[in-house]
Ligand binder design. Sequence first.
Ligand SMILES: Nc1ncnc2c1ncn2[C@@H]1O[C@H](COP(=O)(O)OP(=O)(O)OP(=O)(O)O)[C@@H](O)[C@H]1O
Ligand SMILES: [Mg+2]
Length: 501
Amino acid sequence: MSTELRVEKVSKSFPGVNALNEVNLTLKGGSVHALLGENGAGKSTLIKIITGVYRADSGSLKTNGEEKFFESPVEATHAGIAVVHQERNLIPEFSIEENITLHNPPTRLGIVDQSERTRMAKEALQTLGFEIDLQERVKNLSVAQMQLVEIAKALVTHAKIILLDEPTASITNAETVKLFKVIKNLKDSGSAILFVSHKLEEVYEICDTVTVLRDGESILQSQPLENYKQSEVVDAMVGRHLTDRKVELREVNRNVMPVLELVDVQTALGHEKISFSLYPGEILGMYGLVGAGRSELARSVLGLHKITSGEVKLNGQVVHIKTLRDALHIHHIGYVTENRKEEGLFLTFPVRKNISITVLSRILQKLGIISFQKEDAISSKYVERLGIKVVDNNQLAGTLSGGNQQKVSVAKWLAAETNILIIDEPTVGVDVRTKASFHELIIELANTGLSIILISSDLPEMITIADRILVMRDYELVDNIHNIKDYPTISRAVMTAIHPV
Ligand SMILES: Nc1ncnc2c1ncn2[C@@H]1O[C@H](COP(=O)(O)OP(=O)(O)OP(=O)(O)O)[C@@H](O)[C@H]1O
Ligand SMILES: [Mg+2]
């Protein structure tokens, strides 16, 4: 019989939330199934129940006709199910090949067969078109490279059922194209694939069937995707009609002293002759391919890497920022890191603490003690503002859905009320509705005078909200485009800048 996985009437509650309520879903060999829903809808929870990470409260799971829930992830792996979870599961101190073969290292005479291990890891990475030294420690990789290692780790098992929870959230478009080729090959060879993504264009490109979750219920159940228009799928996710929003062109006064100015900056990482100015209330986009050096430049300005020559000026004064702490407390610059999973949040702390952490010292200074009321008031304000799905402010950040964790890490910087905010890839992994409200919020903040540097690989996002776009290629600024909200013209200019002829 061909491969099949059936989820029937599965329910799961956590304290205060019904994460899944009698959910049904059928995966079939030879097809790609989209699992969609807003942040917190229950997608990752369902994947964790299928793979034995969580235990369901009720319902059943049938794999190729056999009814049984897996007791552990190992059992699911042995039953031929591979998974790429939304959060990373790599061991930073281990090499790439050790990570890829972690769950089933090849052995010979009872010891690990090193050359076979290298061969397996190489083959899995090659199918993704990803070339890298297999002995490199995972801790030295970029976010995108780590994601590719995660995917290779799933492919190496040659499983017939493959569950992918937002595999494309942090990889480039070119890497996505390669991943999609791999997915199509797997599908042609009879595998059943589950694909989670907030990028609907991708979903329409490779998925055959769809299940939509809303507040833990399966609103659409294993339907052919071609029967639904994109707007209908969005309506199913959101539960109401989402109207298109128009963005107005903003006026930015550039005849004043810039709040931030870089003059011929060179960094230890290889940036050359970087000069630009950021004006009060401006949203300055920084576009480029993943790896172009944008985050690295931001981190250098903030003191995380060395600036070897040139000047950084704040309000006309030359400064030498040494640490992120100084950047925040002395210079009033906030930085929402791209690497939010590792650097952005204290997962074992409540949401309340995570949001108010940047303002704690201010509260402390003024009152001499930390006011819990104040902490609560600040966090409630942003929980509401960003629509963060929590039971209450005391919920631990680690138990929020991936997208809601993202929102908390952005909220904490908004709460800090800085003069300059550098935001790195703000909407990766964020659902469509929230993305629109993020954009509104960023524009509103700029309207109140906050200067923002927006690093994003999402071109439509860039064009929607940036006043001006700097384009970076290979650690150099190659263009400075005044945004005129004419999509085709700007995208052509940007594309020419990043891919020179
Ligand atoms: N370990 C846990 N403890 C408590 N609550 C949890 C836990 N895991 C998930 N939840 C809650 O279950 C709900 C569903 O979360 P889930 O992670 O499945 O969402 P999701 O659809 O994957 O969202 P996203 O798109 O943001 O990744 C959320 O309200 C979340 O806070
Ligand atoms: Mg999730």
